[in-house]
Design a protein around this ligand. Structure first.
Ligand code: LIP
Length: 285
């Protein structure tokens, strides 16, 4: 008999499929709201820094996503970017927990740069089991269930499998912190990656979309310090199901509360880049 302290809630495959189906529908509806507001003027406020932006759309879309999911699954828990900004504590327990970023790429949204995504990830027993990342502007719906492959608009996607840094397209971001030590370390990382002879570097302005593009094989690696669990949870399932590898830049497995991620098309590529990095300290989620 399972020891009660270590007992975990078991869910059947059909349950998780139903969770994903619901999340896709919710993301599509949320995406319509984001798309309708995309070209309009936005009322912008700031959060942790002058470059950490939030709009009414972020707040309204998050309420809409959580409201719908809570109605369908009343015993599930929620971690949402804007709820946390409003003071809610981040708590990841064994209960099914939806991890939500209503608009990943808020700065892009504010500037009408078409890389913004609704992100809905699901963790059960603290393991990520399903993810939806929807770029409503380009109508690209990335989805995955653990163990069942990754998809973009229903077509299966795969990482490039690239192992050679010299043949790679690498993604990273400067992020919203304007602390001199953060900027200095990030620029040093960019310089050290460029010095390997890499094909090129890109920044889409959305952690989740950077990861989905690695998942689709359009680029080969993504690394960023300073992001949050809601930026990476949904896309981590998609990337791993596309055959990629997510890790902690300091070594070891990905910890979604650590504010940092490196992920790529192969373990070899991730390990090569990890060795070059200057690590950057951020307070955990
Ligand atoms: C954004 C991340 C991006 C990072 C930005 C910001 P948001 O998330 O996806 O990778 O560089 O600073 O954190 O705030 O738009 O949801």
């Amino acid at each position: 008999m399972a020891d009660e302290a270590t007992a975990v809630t078991k869910f059947e495959d059909e349950d998780v499929e139903n969770f994903l189906e619901t999340a896709v529908e919710v993301a599509r509806n949320a995406g319509q709201v984001v798309k309708a507001a995309f070209a309009l003027e936005k009322r912008v406020e700031t959060k942790s820094s002058a470059a950490d932006l939030v709009t009414e759309t972020d707040q309204n879309v998050e309420k809409m996503i959580i409201g719908t999911l809570r109605e369908k699954f009343p015993d599930h828990c929620f971690i949402g970017e804007e709820s946390v900004a409003a003071g809610q504590k981040i708590e990841l327990t064994d209960a099914p927990t939806w991890i939500i970023d209503p608009v990943d790429g808020t700065t892009n949204f504010v500037h009408s740069f078409p890389f913004v995504a609704v992100c809905i990830g699901l963790a059960i027993n603290k393991n990520l089991v399903a993810g939806v990342v929807y770029n409503a502007i380009l109508d690209e719906m990335f989805t995955a269930i653990k163990g069942k492959g990754a998809y973009c608009n229903d077509a299966q996607i795969n990482c490039s499998g690239q192992e050679d840094i010299k043949q790679s397209l690498v993604m990273t971001e400067i992020g919203s912190s304007r602390k001199v030590e953060h900027i200095t370390a990030k620029l040093k990382n960019i310089e050290d990656i460029l010095r390997t002879g890499v094909h090129g570097m890109r920044s889409l302005g959305s952690a989740a979309l950077n990861m989905c593009h690695v998942a689709r094989g359009d680029s080969d690696l993504y690394v960023e310090y300073g992001i949050h669990c809601w930026d990476m949870a949904a896309a981590a399932v998609i990337l791993e199901e596309a055959g990629g590898y997510c890790a902690d830049p300091r070594g070891g497995p990905l910890d979604i509360m650590s504010r940092q991620i490196i992920c790529g098309s192969s373990v070899k590529l991730v390990e090569t880049v990890s060795k070059l990095l200057t690590h950057i300290e951020y307070e955990r989620d």
